[in-house]
Ligand binder design. Structure first.
Ligand code: 13P
Ligand code: SF4
Length: 330
């Protein structure tokens, strides 16, 4: 609880309100240390979706980014899902739209190496469907509710290959992350049709960065998230989701690891493996949106019951089909 020292009053008030509201705090593995420490459950996207669907609580405070809270609201319409910070979005989820023009991302903060304009406005999910009418659409959970509603099944970084393999078709559309799609392609004989989206936190890592980290820490195992580029995954010792990294580090006999994902994961890795050493692959692998949620914003969410995430009924029902299909795949 070291990380909560000096914040006793805030913590006490959150715990009191949590009890009063009969609320559960869910936090993604990238959240700030103190938010993770206070959460009832911390996990990767798949674990958080499963937990949200199974919870009996009336109120879920979702400490993560908007698509995660949206998934919880889709899966549990009878619960009140709160997102403490409305601005906590995932830029990758904005990179594909069903039919309307999407935002054109010219560059991202901290994404200076390759500023570029990737997404031609004329393409939408509807276009790709029209071009490949027989191919089912696998939507990464890092998408909007509308995109999930227009897809066949969802996936996370933990189960993308299983989801693709579960489909009878030989040709499958994977949206929106080109790197996750490339990772799926390496692990299936099916033909993957990819979208050009990416996560600015993971995509900024180069093969050179990975090789230099290995040189700095000889003997350390490199764990990489499938949102990293294929050339980074080429030199990784293990490729997996955030919680997959926690399991791998715990089970491995190695003592030292390089962590190829957002730096928030280091908190749990170090806490759960005090005898092991963890180095970030790059210190600037920071997702600004994941860091927006603070203890203060959790407190305000509970006090004011703000910001309630609601998904329109027709979108919710169709998106739930895609999420449920994913959750049924074990
Ligand atoms: P995980 O599902 O592996 O936790 O990843 C979520 C995410 O947003 C990665 O950037
Ligand atoms: Fe989105 Fe990347 Fe942040 Fe994950 S780390 S929430 S994919 S921007």
């Amino acid at each position: 609880m070291e990380v909560l020292q000096g914040q006793e009053a805030l913590v006490e008030e959150i715990l009191r309100l949590k009890e009063q509201r009969r609320a559960v705090l869910l936090a993604h593995n990238y959240q700030r240390d103190e938010v993770q420490e206070l959460a009832d459950f911390v996990g990767d996207s798949l674990e958080l979706s499963r937990t949200a669907a199974a919870l009996r609580a009336q109120v879920i405070v979702f400490c993560g980014v908007d698509f995660m809270a949206e998934s919880a609201a889709i899966l549990s319409p009878e619960k009140t899902v709160l997102l403490p910070e409305l601005g906590a979005t995932c830029p990758m989820a904005e990179m594909i739209r069903v039919s309307a023009p999407r935002k054109v991302w010219k560059t991202f903060p901290g994404y200076r190496e390759q500023p570029r304009l990737i997404f031609p406005l004329e393409f939408t999910l509807r276009d790709i469907r029209a071009q490949y009418p027989r191919a089912p659409v696998v939507a990464y959970v890092n998408t909007t509710a509308e995109v999930k509603a227009a897809s066949d099944v969802c996936c996370t970084s933990a189960n993308v290959v299983k989801v693709v393999e579960s489909l009878p078709e030989e040709e499958v559309i994977c949206i929106p992350d080109r790197n996750l799609a490339a990772w799926a392609q390496r692990n299936t004989s099916k033909r993957i049709i990819a979208w050009d989206g990416f996560c600015h936190v993971h995509d900024r890592v180069s093969r050179e960065d990975a090789l230099q980290a290995k040189e700095r820490h000889p003997g350390a195992l490199l764990m990489a998230h499938p949102e990293c580029r294929p050339e980074v995954l080429d030199v990784a010792d293990h490729v997996t989701s955030t919680s997959g990294m926690l399991r791998f580090a715990k089970a491995s006999s190695a003592r030292e690891f390089i962590v190829g994902t957002e730096v928030g994961l280091l908190y749990r890795l170090r806490k759960e493996n005090p005898e092991k050493v963890f180095h970030p692959l790059r210190k600037d692998m920071i997702c600004p949106n994941m860091k927006k949620t603070t203890l203060k914003s959790v407190l305000l969410a509970l006090r004011q019951m703000r910001h309630v995430i609601e998904v329109p009924q027709d979108v919710r029902q169709r998106a739930k089909v895609a999420l449920d299909r994913m959750l049924q795949i074990r």
